[in-house]
Write a protein that binds this ligand. Structure first.
Ligand code: CU
Length: 479
């Protein structure tokens, strides 16, 4: 089935074509998938700069951010043109403190409309980055982030109607971390031992330019790269001391799933999922992250001798497989005053009875070759349903697609996972979440409280090529 206008997606199952992608589809520029990558672990992991406030006062921290073109150096050789917050990829990390507002003035010097969505943030509708609330070229907009929510790892990215995938792919993504004094008192690794790592697959052409193609194949599978980047650099290395580290892993890929594991078989201790600490650490052999999910993990290099290396692997089999994320090189011994307490935070479960009869069913599926939710494509002029402020609801998200998962993302309020395919969620899913993978042909039930803000907010699939074409609906929260 050919794609009219390049935006119709294919339905049904697709057989594996030898040497091609498993769907046998024209996915992006096929020639570039065969590009020989430079050696792995050759360049250091960059750490995005911390954004310094322009002013701090009683009303909060004021930050000035500019959307502008820039260049990155993900590969050796020619620089790569990008679109960046402050012209860099990833953009600067914004550090906020729980309970103290952050006021971000964003000026757009991109030459095209764009905006900012602070993913996982509990913000007034005017600051949520609704797909139509864009900043015109040359214009600016003030985003108010109250930071009245759990401390943790969040991230901000563009959310322009129909262009979110293209904009994030070109570089418009960065971390937003909320510090919480209660969390600081736990003794977890901090300072230089608290390391943000945004993982993103990208496709480059022979001249190192980013190659983003929307066609029938990529709209079906999502855009999948042939190069895995950590903080904007292809498969880097990171020198560590023989001690504990906290890594804030962000799956900032457009559509790729990740399953992180250590090459030496050591455990990864997950302490937070999306924006909240778990009640207790979860010891895992691998950590799965759907697009937009985050996992804060403790990795202890304390038993390793200097000179040892450990590769962070990606075990997810999505085509084309990208098995190496980065390599940790243990370079020195060091004393370690950090600890990982057995109890991290109170995460009270929302009682199911609180939702009373407020249940919704949302079916994510292909309909007439298009990505839909309950058969509907996103229409910004249409309110899909209204939710009463102050109520609690249970949403049952169904995945009607047999071959791939859809990562569900809700704006404005976090949720708790009640069950996935009828089974209790895994321990790493017992915190507050804003994104969750709905397995192929599977379902999940989520419970959420609608509090503080009225207005129109979207929810959608976070495979961005699904979201853009147009697996997204909107709810209006009403008083
Ligand atoms: Cu999807």
């Amino acid at each position: 089935m050919a794609a009219a206008g390049g935006l119709t997606v294919l339905g049904g199952r697709h057989s594996r074509a030898g040497g091609e992608n498993p769907w046998g589809l024209p996915t992006g520029n096929a020639a570039n998938y065969g590009t020989v990558r430079p050696p792995s672990f050759a360049r250091p992991l960059p750490i995005p700069p911390i954004k310094q406030p322009t002013r701090t006062g009683p009303g909060g921290d004021e930050i000035d951010l500019v959307l502008r073109p820039g260049t990155g150096q993900p590969l050796p050789g020619a620089a790569t043109p990008i679109l960046g917050f402050d012209g860099i990829w990833p953009g600067p990390t914004i550090l906020a403190t729980r309970g103290r507002p952050t006021l971000v003035t964003v000026r757009n010097e991109l030459g095209e409309a764009a905006n900012v969505h602070n993913h996982g943030h509990h913000a007034p509708a005017a600051s949520d980055g609704h797909p139509l609330q864009t900043i015109k070229p040359g214009g600016s907009r003030l985003y108010t982030y109250p930071n009245n929510q759990t401390g943790g790892t969040y991230w901000y990215h563009d959310h322009t109607f129909g262009l979110t995938g293209a904009h994030l792919f070109r570089g418009l993504g960065a971390l937003y971390i909320i510090r919480d004094p209660a969390e600081d008192a736990l003794g977890l690794p901090t300072g230089e031992y608290d390391v943000p790592i945004m993982i993103q697959d990208r496709l480059f052409d022979a001249g190192n330019a980013l190659e983003y193609t929307v066609d029938a194949g990529t709209t079906f599978t999502g855009v999948l790269g042939n190069t895995l980047c950590a903080n904007g650099v292809h498969t880097p290395f990171f020198d560590v001391a023989a001690r504990r580290y906290r890594f804030r892993f962000v799956n900032g890929a457009n559509s790729r799933n990740l399953r992180l594991a250590l090459g030496n078989g050591d455990p990864i201790v997950q302490i937070a999922s999306d924006g909240s600490l778990l009640s207790a650490p979860v010891i895992q052999t691998s950590v799965e992250l759907a697009p937009s999910e985050r996992a804060d993990c403790i990795i202890d290099f304390g038993h390793l001798q200097p000179g040892t290396s450990v590769v962070l692997r990606n075990l997810d089999p999505t085509w084309p497989e990208l098995p190496d994320v980065l390599r940790f090189n243990v370079v020195r011994k060091e004393s370690d005053g950090s600890r990982v307490p057995e109890h991290l935070a109170e995460v009270p479960r929302i009682p199911i009875g609180e939702a009373k009869k407020k249940h919704r069913r949302l079916r994510f599926q292909l309909a007439d070759g298009k990505w839909t939710i309950n058969g509907l494509r996103y229409d910004p002029a249409r309110i899909d349903f209204r939710v009463k402020l102050g109520t609690t609801e249970i949403w049952e998200i169904e995945n009607g697609e047999q071959t791939q998962m859809h990562p569900f993302h809700q704006h404005m309020v976090p949720f708790q996972v009640l069950d996935i395919n009828g089974a209790p969620p895994p321990p790493a899913h017992l915190g507050w979440k804003d994104s969750v993978a709905i397995p192929p042909a599977g379902r999940a039930r989520l419970i959420m409280r609608f509090y503080d803000y009225t207005g129109t907010y979207v929810f959608h699939c976070h495979k961005l090529e699904h979201e853009d074409h147009a697996m997204m609906l909107q709810q209006e929260i009403v008083a």
